[in-house]
Write a protein that binds this ligand. Structure first.
Ligand SMILES: NC(=O)c1ccc[n+]([C@@H]2O[C@H](COP(=O)([O-])OP(=O)(O)OC[C@H]3O[C@@H](n4cnc5c(N)ncnc54)[C@H](O)[C@@H]3O)[C@@H](O)[C@H]2O)c1
Ligand SMILES: O=C(O)[C@H](O)COP(=O)(O)O
Length: 410
């Protein structure tokens, strides 16, 4: 990674929230970013509105809401790092319109979620949560009623992505039959079987586990009628996003004993901090495992995420590379030692590249490398030039119609 950037790294301010693993702060500092502020908690909207204007980079997890309103106050913001998988807490379009790439860690905590769900599935099939709660109250529920082995049971996975596939393999390892529903045609791993109708999956699964992202289609996808389609005495697990399951419908199904149990890690509304009370109708049920959105919260996952996302933010800051940004044209860039690198982010419209090159030609600037990528409404041109009049060229490029932002690295 080049040690030279147009900004003095000491002047670039980094805000890390929600107790991201401390190795992220170490990585920034080791790369020369001395101005790092670390908070263990999320900031409220009003706190963010007050603070964010000072920062060039922000690192968050799933709690911090980077809305259009918050981003409009973030005048200096260069990049956002979601130190998690989900990016639904960020208004990605608003960030894109401001030329701010958003990075995440799409894989690092997936194994942790799959392992948790496997454990919950075994516990629920044996009726352990209810027996455990009763024992804590002094009751002795020694019975084999509604207590089953996982072997030979059917697991229905909804969303067969990074987590769903790993869960499928782990479940097959203990002798379960795995079926899945996904909107895409997926390569099946092990002996898993893809089904084309959600209702069919629901009707024949002993355990249904959700691993979809939060989208318009997945919001409320497990409502009253879908839960009613589930096999009597089956189990529902949700460690994806809280909006995917209708909690009141689930509570009804548990109340009338249609389901044998559930494990829920994510909720439509979650406490903003560990000191806020957790409210949910599911608290009434001993046969429900309730966890505070910790599917990906293991030491291993959090450290790997911190390394991955901090590296992506630093690479973008130092080098302009946007590989794996979720809302931005992706450009993988070589080092630019001994050259100046101009980054030009603009609205995707014809003629911008031509104007950039005209400016360089008019200023006798020799291009040594050029990269263009577009995504939707956004265009990103990176031009490596021989050292010299990059600042003059940059000023002129900023005047090109449709320019969102431009900066030079040297
Ligand atoms: N509880 C936690 O702490 C925790 C941790 C990590 C991830 N998550 C959540 O889990 C989700 C899944 O993670 P992943 O890494 O497996 O994601 P992924 O993108 O690898 O897989 C998601 C899968 O869902 C499928 N899908 C999308 N919409 C669908 C729909 N309407 N119906 C059926 N399938 C659909 C996609 O095609 C894809 O195969 C994340 O988006 C995140 O919200 C939660
Ligand atoms: O999107 C994710 O990776 C999970 O929901 C975990 O979020 P967290 O970092 O807030 O625990």
């Amino acid at each position: 990674m080049s040690a030279h950037t147009s900004f003095n790294k000491q002047d670039l301010k980094v805000l890390l929230l929600e107790g991201v693993h401390p190795v992220a702060e170490d990585i920034f500092r080791q790369d020369g970013y001395e101005n790092v502020t670390y908070h263990k908690t999320a900031l409220s909207e009003s706190e963010l509105l007050e603070a964010i204007n000072d920062y060039h980079f922000i690192g968050i997890r799933s709690r911090t809401q980077l809305s259009d309103k918050v981003l409009s106050s973030a005048k200096k913001l260069v990049g956002v790092g979601c130190f998690c998988i989900g990016t639904n807490q960020v208004d990605l379009v608003a960030a894109q319109n401001r030329g701010i790439p958003v990075f995440n860690a799409p894989y690092s905590n997936t194994r942790s979620v799959a392992e948790l769900v496997l454990g919950e599935m075994i516990m629920l099939l044996r009726g352990i949560p209810a027996k455990n709660a009763a024992a804590h109250r002094g009751e002795w529920l020694k019975t084999a009623a509604l207590s089953n082995e996982a072997r030979g049971k059917t697991l229905g996975i909804i969303g067969y992505g990074h987590i769903g596939t790993q869960l499928g393999i782990l479940a097959e390892g203990i002798g379960m039959k795995v079926r899945f529903f996904d909107i895409e045609n997926k390569l099946t791993l092990g002996n898993a079987e893809q089904v084309t109708e959600l209702n069919e999956l629901l009707a024949h699964s002993d355990v249904v586990s959700l691993h979809v992202p939060e989208t318009e289609q997945t919001k409320g996808m497990m409502g009253q009628s879908q839960i009613a389609q589930m096999k009597p005495n089956s189990i529902l697990i949700n460690a994806s996003r809280g909006t995917v399951v209708d909690i009141d419908a689930l509570a009804n199904a548990l109340e009338n004993k249609h389901l044998a149990g559930a494990a829920i890690d994510v909720f439509p509304t979650e406490p903003k901090s560990n000191s806020e009370e957790f409210q949910s109708p599911l608290r009434a049920f001993d046969n429900v495992i309730l966890t505070p959105h910790i599917g990906g919260s293991t030491q291993e996952a959090q450290e790997n995420i911190a390394i991955e996302v901090a590296d992506k933010l630093i690479k973008y800051s130092n080098n302009g590379s946007t590989m794996s940004a979720v809302n931005f044209p992706q450009v993988s860039l070589p080092e630019h030692d001994k050259r100046h690198r101009i980054l030009h982010i603009h609205k995707n419209r014809p003629g911008v590249l031509m104007q950039i090159n005209q400016i360089l030609s008019d200023n006798d600037v020799n291009i040594s490398g050029q990269y263009l990528q577009t995504q939707g409404e956004l265009g990103y041109v990176v031009t490596d030039i021989e050292q010299g009049s990059s600042q003059t060229a940059l000023e002129k490029m900023r005047d090109i119609e449709g320019t969102i932002r431009a900066r030079v690295l040297y």
